[in-house]
Design a protein around this ligand. Sequence first.
Ligand code: ZN
Length: 135
Amino acid sequence: MLKRLEVKTSSRVQLVDITSHIKSVLKSEDVSTGVLVVYVPHTTCGLTINENADPAVKDDIITILDKLVPLQGEYLHIEGNSAAHIKASLMGSSITVIIESGALVLGTWQGIFLAEFDGPRKRSVLLKIIPDQHS
Ligand code: ZN
């Protein structure tokens, strides 16, 4: 079962909470237990799980990543978006979430974010649901 979400980002750097989108895809699949792999087939955006209760957390992540990997620097990549490539690798391009009782096993404050570093763009998020053999 491979599903695809389209996510439109609205600024150059942005963390987009995609938890509810993923939950609604899972609901339509009727899987009780298993594993969900979330993957982005892109080189300048990533995925991360972090707090989605206080929006200041994602703002802090963006601020510190910008300090760690400045937009302008001694980069060799001629396209001019090396910072985006590096930040995408820091975040990673996939995450894995456990499915139990038909729901994602996430902590109370956890959400799944697409981390845009070279937007605004239209991004694809691939969802691979792997049911347990006996569920
Ligand atoms: Zn590039």
